[in-house]
Design a binder for this molecule. Structure first.
Ligand code: 5GP
Length: 197
């Protein structure tokens, strides 16, 4: 496969993390881009594995020093993609998977569009929006996973509406109704863009 820069966005609870995990399991040549965030670790999350957990000051310094490929505020916290690992992975011919919000995805889209034709990052860019079947189903899933307070669920649902209104910006959309079907569609997109189909 040619190296891909795979950007995945979705409203919280749409099943994006599960789809990302399945992709990483099947394609070990894809590197997961570990983001920086100012939010506190949740549950079993590990620093340097799930996220780089930074203070507000440290995050701000990363921004000032131009270390982030993109950054955005999501649900009241800041998130950003370290640029260097993405460049390194590409230099080694590896693909990169970024799990970022719609604002970050738009920044990366703009960034790659500004690169010269033929640049591997531009050629390998593929953006996928994962959609829940409906907002009602999303609410059921968020309540069902029991990770968020009722207030946080309301915030996430409000944000979901805004995110879903930007789904058309993405080249590919995957409705996660049935996980297996959704994964097969994602897999086809990756194989197609990677030149393996
Ligand atoms: P969570 O806090 O639930 O792990 O993530 C919340 C949201 O932040 C998700 O939509 C996730 O895709 C997004 N996110 C995670 N890392 C980044 C990043 O580096 N940049 C941007 N723009 N969004 C991110």
């Amino acid at each position: 496969m040619r190296p891909l820069l795979i950007v995945m966005s979705a409203p919280s609870g749409a099943g994006k993390s599960t789809l990302c995990d399945l992709l990483l399991q099947e394609f070990p040549e894809i590197t997961y881009s570990v983001s920086c965030t100012t939010r506190a670790p949740r549950g079993e999350e590990e620093d340097g594995v799930d996220y780089y957990f930074l203070s507000q000051e440290a995050f701000e310094q990363h921004v000032r020093e131009g270390l982030l490929l993109e950054h955005a505020e999501v649900h009241g916290n800041r998130y950003g993609t370290p640029a260097e690992p993405v460049r390194e992975a590409f230099a080694e011919g590896q693909s990169v998977l970024m799990d970022i919000d719609v604002v970050g995805a738009a920044s990366v889209r703009r960034y790659v569009a500004g690169l010269p034709a033929g640049d591997p990052l531009r050629e390998g860019f593929v953006d996928v929006f994962v959609e829940p079947p409906s907002l009602e189903e999303l609410r059921r899933r968020l309540v069902g996973r029991g990770e968020d307070s009722p207030e946080s669920i309301e915030v996430r649902l409000r944000n979901a509406e805004g995110e879903m209104a930007r789904a058309h910006e993405f080249a590919y959309r995957v409705v996660n109704d049935d996980l297996r079907q959704a994964y097969l569609r994602l897999r086809d997109i990756v194989l197609l863009k990677g030149g393996a189909l």
